[in-house]
Design a protein around this ligand. Structure first.
Ligand code: HEM
Ligand SMILES: *[C@@H]1O[C@H](CO)[C@@H](O)[C@H](O)[C@H]1NC(C)=O
Length: 504
């Protein structure tokens, strides 16, 4: 579909939405509205402001309702936002039949239309990621590491000593897609440019087309969503590559059962360990591979974003602890949008927090992700990028632990002494660090993402010189409504390191 038709449809949807009554009226709720934007006209005026000023309005809601919950008007619904750490912890711990992660995501990403309703109703691929994929990381990582080497060389395609200006986001997407697929589907498919591109295109389309589909009232979606969604065409395209691979795997499973000597250790096998019934078909399994790619590519490509502008060097980032800290800090500042952890209230009587605050059935409950990640009570100088913020903390914790250990040695053996655990690592989630969400649905792919990104950054540092396009300047993020992503036109200079050049 060309852009003009899309624009036209969007305008039509926006117009319709102005007449579309939000399903449960605001007057039924005891929760205050942002800025008292309670009346019909006032709420729509605010909803329009959200389009250009989402982040700003969420910050204002945080200031106004620091310890409570408020409602933010959007075009098609009210978003409830819980600011207090205790509330956030309760959301993180709530079971799926009370606060639904999947129905929240189904609305935010329009899962039914962009991915298929089975993804929301039977998200077993998340279990494969949380379980087998994570368990096999150490064993499979040498291959991922090997792919990083080849991916950087092929994607950057640098001549010796040459400085080259590259587009950050598309380049990272290529490298992330390729290294991730070494783990997901292995060689040679992980190097097939067309296969990688279709996964990247699908990822982008879920996040962009989903937002357009979301603007339409439910009764129009069956008409317009198939025109906008690339689900069917992407799956058909993916089957060209994944079809033969999965067909062969299914045949092997039928012949040998779930355990056979040469069974590949990859995502297809991990999915097959859990898939039952209709999910054990080639198209159904291919869709899960596509969805896992979608979950991995967009997010991981955004994580290393601050790298593009901060002064850093191999010496400064000399240890894995520092790299971990640097990436966690990068994600803290850039990894969460204005709203995070969207949940739909599915309990029949609504959801009541421990302090009595009541959220009605059907409401969408969120946390102010970015605001929480930059809360001054949690972080000194919270808006400043400080790459070693967490590694300094870690060194202090370790120093304390050493002192404790010395004291313990003098006091005699203590079987109850806990080994010190540093809970500000890249993969650690907390009510004041929501990059991967928190609680029951915290991202199951984060152990892989962290391992992969750290290896990528370490490799980049060892083998390349990098500098910003304009020294000291980081291009502003692209933002729309509640979305914020790194500048799509951001570029950096890279070249092979001189010492490596001279070796060659
Ligand atoms: C830097 C990279 C990543 C970031 C920032 C990220 C972030 C997130 C967030 C915020 C959520 C929702 C959590 C919530 O609402 O409580 C999530 C869920 C999820 N992520 Fe990630 N993610 C990343 C990488 C990955 C990778 C590499 C994979 C797959 C290998 C993955 C697979 C998933 C899946 C399957 C879910 C749904 C979880 C469920 O159904 O319970 N993610 N991720
Ligand atoms: C991906 O999208 C780009 C830009 O729209 C297009 O040129 C390319 O052909 C697409 N590739 C695949 C494999 O879908």
């Amino acid at each position: 579909m060309d852009l003009d038709t899309t624009t036209l449809l969007t305008a039509l949807a926006a117009l319709l939405s102005l007449f579309w009554l939000r399903s449960w009226s605001s007057s039924k709720s005891t929760i205050p509205a942002l800025d008292g934007a309670d009346g019909l006209i006032a709420s729509y005026r605010s909803a329009l402001r959200v389009l250009g000023h989402g982040a700003e309005l969420v910050r204002r809601g945080y200031t106004q309702h620091r310890t409570g919950v408020y409602r933010m008007p959007m075009l098609l619904r009210w978003e409830y936002v819980a600011n207090a750490p205790a509330h956030i912890a309760e959301i993180a711990a709530a079971p799926e039949d009370v606060l639904s992660f999947h129905l929240g995501a189904a609305e935010t990403l329009q899962t039914e239309w962009t991915m298929g309703s089975e993804i929301a109703h039977n998200p077993y691929h998340a279990l494969a990621v949380r379980g087998s994929l994570t368990r096999n990381l150490a064993r499979c990582f040498p291959q991922v590491q090997d792919e990083i080497v080849h991916a950087f060389a092929d994607v950057l395609a640098l001549e010796d000593m040459e400085w080259k200006l590259i587009d950050v986001v598309p380049t990272l997407m290529q490298i992330v897609a390729r290294t991730s697929n070494r783990l997901f589907v292995g060689l040679p498919l992980c190097r097939d440019k067309e296969y990688l591109d279709l996964n990247i295109n699908y990822t982008v389309s879920v996040f962009t087309r989903g937002q357009i589909i979301r603007l339409f009232p439910e009764f129009l979606k069956p008409l317009v969503a198939p025109l906008l969604s690339s689900r069917k065409s992407s799956l058909r395209h993916a089957l060209k590559f994944l079809g033969p691979l999965i067909d062969a795997r299914l045949a092997d499973e039928r012949a040998h059962g779930p355990e056979w000597a040469e069974r590949p250790n990859d995502l297809i096998s991990w999915l097959l360990d859990l898939a039952t019934g209709e999910e054990r078909t080639t198209p159904a399994l291919a869709l899960r591979v596509l969805i896992t790619n979608m979950a991995a590519i967009h997010t991981s490509s955004m994580a290393a974003r601050v790298v593009e502008s901060e002064g850093w060097s191999k010496a400064a980032l000399g240890s894995m602890h520092r790299i971990d800290s640097f990436l966690r800090e990068s994600q803290r500042l850039g990894g969460s949008g204005p709203l995070a952890m969207t949940r739909k209230v599915v309990a029949r009587d609504g959801f009541t927090f421990a302090d009595g605050t009541h959220i009605p059935h059907g409401a969408f409950l969120n946390t102010p992700g970015h605001v929480v990640n930059t809360e001054p009570d949690s972080y000194a100088d919270p808006e400043t990028f400080d790459g070693f913020r967490f590694s300094r903390l870690r060194e202090a914790v370790n120093a304390d632990a050493d002192a404790d250990a010395d004291a313990a040695k003098e006091a005699g053996p203590n079987p109850n002494a806990n080994p010190t655990f540093f809970n500000r690592q890249m993969v650690s989630t907390a009510p004041d660090h929501l990059v991967f969400g928190h609680g029951r649905h915290a991202c199951p792919g984060r152990f892989f993402a962290a391992t992969e990104l750290k290896a990528m950054l370490a490799y980049l540092l060892l083998h390349y010189d990098v500098k910003a396009e304009t020294p000291g300047v980081r291009p502003p993020d692209d933002a729309f409504a509640m979305f914020r992503v790194p500048n799509a036109r951001g570029r950096i200079w890279v070249r092979k390191r001189a010492d490596l050049n001279s070796e060659a």
